[in-house]
Ligand binder design. Structure first.
Ligand code: UDX
Length: 450
């Protein structure tokens, strides 16, 4: 079996590589010449655990090839499916920009020679598959040829940092189709991934497109809801960790995705929540819950900064803040919409200094932030003479640092924990002023006052 995957970003590269891993011949296509040159050498544009070795292994076996040339990769290729996995960046108004998706659809229409299923893998608004179909039909008509084809919608549910595992052992695979022929092709393609017993769910195309947005919107809602509860816990003297356990053991609620923090980031939630609100608005409907989810998240990204200002009574100019974790979550170098960016921007605006360390996102950070901040070569170097430590991303290596060393290196023993990875009581015992999310603030001071 042979397929083509257009777009070698996060989704396309993982998709293409995992299909190759189960023995399918895959050509990954991208217009970015440098990216393809690098991929041919086994150099990846992103960090994702396990992906590099998998790319190199399958490329060596020639099951995975890379090309800049869409025309020759599609003409007479014998592909049963072509996946469109190019970016859908948010336009200025928050709606998903489809220009790349539709340009690829047109190019496929210009060059396809035999039946294939054209699959949208990028997250695209409801109705996009229909636009893809029209674009291809127009190109075929312009060529004066009548080649049969189908469109399908196959949203991805990959988590960055666990994308390979999610692809190889998916909870479920959702495919929207409009013909039996397309269903057959998609079933054959995904058969190797059904070993875990999880379902391959076929549905109509608009429902598949909507499923992706509904899933991300629901998850974002859980997080914003918990962040709101956490903020109220602080005010009322409750501990959100207890509340989380209390509600999470109710099977209807579940114990996943109810961890409060400093707001969700990354490429999917912020973009998809915006896009769904926009789609609804364009169709005369107001998504009130989602609008609140979004505004709670915006505010939550400022929570750590506000705690810092309160602790230092607004006097942060000239102080140095050690910041652990720059990526929007652990195990990725992705800094898109990362809470770290908001915190850094606000501190710098106050005249404070930031010295940051992240296990894999340093290059990405230098690219985005340049020399506006300092960089530590490890987490301890970042702490030297710092007035406070800000724990921003919960990388495993930050979970149990040597606090004796930490105390010695820092100027003041103050920790702002944006992910609740340390225990408030233990930190107080160690003599730290400790601020978490939704827990009692700075218990040490409370004791001192009493
Ligand atoms: C997400 C979805 O999980 C995935 O299914 C979808 O296809 C793409 O978007 P990803 O962006 O990789 O994946 O990150 P995820 O692990 O879901 O975390 C998203 C954000 O929520 C992170 O910023 C994380 O820190 C935050 N989060 C998550 C919380 O604040 N609390 C939680 O309990 C869980």
């Amino acid at each position: 079996m042979r397929i083509a995957v257009v777009g070698t970003g996060y989704v396309g590269l993982v998709t293409g590589t995992c299909f190759a891993e189960v023995g399918i011949d895959v050509t990954c296509i991208d217009i970015d010449i440098k990216k393809i040159e690098n991929l041919k050498k086994g150099v990846l544009p992103i960090y994702e655990p396990g992906l590099e070795e998998m790319v190199q292994r399958n490329a060596q076996k020639e099951r995975l090839t890379f090309s800049n040339d869409l025309a020759s990769s599609i003409q007479g290729c014998g592909c049963e499916a072509a996946f469109i996995a190019v970016g859908t960046p948010p336009g200025e108004d928050g709606s998903a920009d489809l220009k790349h998706v539709l340009a690829v659809a047109r190019a496929i229409g210009q060059h396809m020679t035999d039946y294939m299923v054209v699959v949208t893998k990028s997250t695209v608004p409801v109705g996009t598959a229909q636009k893809v179909r029209t674009a291809i039909e127009e190109e075929l008509a312009a060529r004066g040829v009548d080649i049969p084809f189908d469109v399908a919608s196959n949203p991805e549910f990959l988590k960055e940092g666990a994308a390979i595992e999610d692809f190889l052992k998916p909870d479920r695979i959702v495919v929207g189709v409009a013909s039996e022929r397309a269903e057959k092709v998609m079933r054959k393609l995904y058969k190797p991934f059904l070993m875990s017993g999880h379902p391959l769910i076929f549905m109509d195309i608009p429902s598949a497109e909507m499923t992706k947005y509904a899933a991300n919107a629901m998850l974002a809602t859980k997080i914003s809801f918990m962040n709101d509860i956490a903020n109220l816990c602080e005010i009322m003297g409750a501990d959100v960790n207890m509340v989380r356990k209390g509600i999470g053991s109710d099977a209807r609620i579940g114990n996943k995705f109810i961890y409060p923090g400093i707001g969700y980031g990354g490429s999917c939630f912020p973009k998809d929540v915006k896009a769904l609100i926009k789609t609804a608005e364009e169709n005369g409907y107001q998504m009130q819950v989602l609008k609140s989810v979004e505004s709670v998240n915006e505010k939550q990204k400022e929570v750590l900064f506000n705690k810092i200002m309160a602790h230092f009574s607004g006097d942060v100019a000239g102080r140095t803040f050690a910041l652990w974790g720059l990526s929007f979550k652990p195990k990725t170098d992705d800094m898109r919409e990362a809470p770290s960016l908001v915190i850094i921007e606000k501190l710098l605006a106050q005249g404070a200094k930031v010295r940051a360390y992240d296990p894999v996102a340093m290059k990405e950070a230098e690219h985005t932030l340049g020399d506006t901040i300092e960089y530590g070569k490890d987490e301890y170097e970042a702490l030297i003479d710092a007035d406070a430590l800000l724990l921003v991303t919960e990388w495993p290596e930050f979970r149990s640092p040597n606090f004796t060393v930490v105390s010695k290196l820092m100027k003041e023993k103050v920790v702002f924990d944006g992910r609740n990875i340390y225990d408030a009581a233990e930190m107080a015992e160690k003599g730290f002023a400790y601020y978490g999310i939704g827990v009692k603030q700075n218990v040490q001071q409370e004791k001192a006052v009493v």
